[in-house]
Design a protein around this ligand. Structure first.
Ligand SMILES: Cc1cc2nc3c(=O)[nH]c(=O)nc-3n(C[C@H](O)[C@H](O)[C@H](O)COP(=O)(O)OP(=O)(O)OC[C@H]3O[C@@H](n4cnc5c(N)ncnc54)[C@H](O)[C@@H]3O)c2cc1C
Length: 412
């Protein structure tokens, strides 16, 4: 049995950031991951440090459009029909959280936790030698038609009430910022203060290497089970070996629910599957991530490739790829860039999603021997540094960087 002060279960961007934070506080940390840490969802995302993502996924507008969104093949959201029954409890909670009062409350909480996300990432990137992977050209939402632009304007005005800095662009202003995007009928919203990563995978490797350099052992095993004992939290691994720790941080992304249950908490975590296709090219066509607002996907310039990334597919963690979703991304990208051809590769990842779009960053109900750090949905990359600060405060008793009760397990 290996003994440690803090065990971190799951080494995506959340677990890696938590591990580094605790190592920096002089604590002994062990990281457990069944895969290469940082190689899953935290690798394949759109790379945006999305301070502008202040609105929850569930909103009154989404309820109105849900039937057409879920059952139209060309829609940005899909549902795996075979999974509808198992998704039902999550969907019911999601519908409740989409009602006007709840949605506004959730937006206010999300806006608070997003504040300074870019500054926090600049600080973290400089600690791990990753500053050159952070770009500060901002991000853009593109509204192809006049009617989509009008709906977008309403959405952006709502975000502005939550403190967001955004500029609306007409088609020629958009074309000046992004010369490879032809004149469209609608317009765009520009978020000038936001950053993005030109290679999230490389940033994950830097995070991992820094943790290792600071003395963090990486246990490449699948955790099977966690249990409270008189001497601490015991994690049983695939090969039946165990790790005993004073604190266990559950940061297994979309796979965290079962461990929370074993620690005594029933958390409504489910999965929004997301995809990317990549086109290898020397000059990736865009100067910053551009999101097709009605298509529900980003086109993110990354080193040596254009990554077309997004869409939501409700329906569990099976590795099976839905070609409808991939085609949605390919068709969407070729509407902007007709000569793209076929993608060089395709990828599927799992957003760990809570119906209220807020992560769970919290001590377990039974105490801070188990700490939850999962459920970051669409903004896990953005929120990793602040999550690490909050986890540190829960473990050490330090003052948290923001009020944290809104992200607590007590809300369920
Ligand atoms: C298509 C797409 C686009 C996105 N774009 C953005 C974006 O632009 N900006 C943004 O902020 N966010 C974005 N996100 C969301 C973001 O990527 C996620 O919220 C974030 O990566 C979640 O990180 P995590 O560490 O919680 O989970 P993960 O990265 O999934 O890491 C969890 C880790 O736990 C390990 N694990 C799981 N179970 C076990 C077990 N039993 N034993 C041992 N190890 C285990 C896994 O192997 C994995 O390494 C996007 C997501 C998707 C899918």
């Amino acid at each position: 049995m290996e003994k440690t002060d803090i065990a971190v279960l799951g080494g995506g961007v959340i677990g890696l950031s938590v591990a580094l934070k605790m190592l920096n506080s002089g604590r002994e940390v062990v990281l457990i991951d069944s895969e290469e840490p940082g190689s899953g969802t935290s690798y394949g995302n759109a790379g945006t440090i999305a301070e502008y993502a202040v609105l929850p996924v569930g909103s009154p507008e989404v309820i109105k459009r849900l039937p057409s969104l879920l059952f139209n093949k060309n829609s940005p959201i899909a549902i795996k029909r075979s999974e509808i029954r198992s998704l039902a409890p999550w969907l019911m909670k999601f519908l409740y959280q989409s009602m006007p009062k709840q949605a506004e409350k959730n937006a206010q909480s999300i806006a608070k936790i997003l504040v300074n996300a870019r500054l926090r990432w600049e600080d973290l990137a400089s600690q791990i030698n990753g500053s050159s992977l952070l770009n500060s050209n901002g991000s853009i939402y593109i509204y192809k038609s006049k009617s989509i632009y009008d709906a977008g304007l309403k959405d952006i005005n709502h975000r502005k009430t939550l403190g967001l800095n955004a500029q609306m662009l007409n088609p020629s202003e958009l074309n000046k910022l992004e010369p490879n995007i032809n004149l469209i009928e609608g317009g765009a919203a520009y978020f000038p203060d936001c950053a993005y990563m030109s290679d999230p995978g490389k940033m994950m490797k830097l995070l991992l290497n820094t943790c290792i350099e600071k003395g963090c052992p990486i246990i490449r095993q699948t955790a099977k089970n966690i249990e409270r004992t008189n001497n601490g939290i015991k994690v049983t691994l695939d090969d039946k070996s165990t790790i005993l720790s004073k604190h266990l941080v559950v940061s297994a992304g979309a796979f965290s629910k079962k461990f929370a249950k074993q620690a005594g908490d029933n958390i409504p975590l489910d999965v929004e599957r997301g995809y990317h296709v990549e086109y290898d090219m020397n000059e990736p066509l865009l100067n910053r991530p551009c999101c097709s607002a009605d298509g529900g996907f980003y086109m993110s310039p990354m080193s040596g490739r254009l990554r077309v990334v997004g869409t939501v597919e409700l329906g569990g963690v099976s590795p099976e790829i839905s070609m409808d979703r991939v085609n949605h991304l390919e068709n969407g990208a070729s509407n902007f860039f007709p000569s793209l051809g076929k993608p060089s590769r395709t990828w599927l990842g799992f957003r760990p999603s809570i119906p209220d779009s807020k992560p769970v960053i919290s001590a377990s109900r039974k105490g801070n021997d188990v700490v939850y750090a999962f459920g970051h949905g669409h903004i896990g990359l953005t929120l990793a540094p602040v999550t690490a600060e909050i986890v540190e405060s829960i473990i050490t008793g330090k003052k948290p960087p923001i009020p944290i009760h809104e992200f607590s397990v007590q809300r369920f």
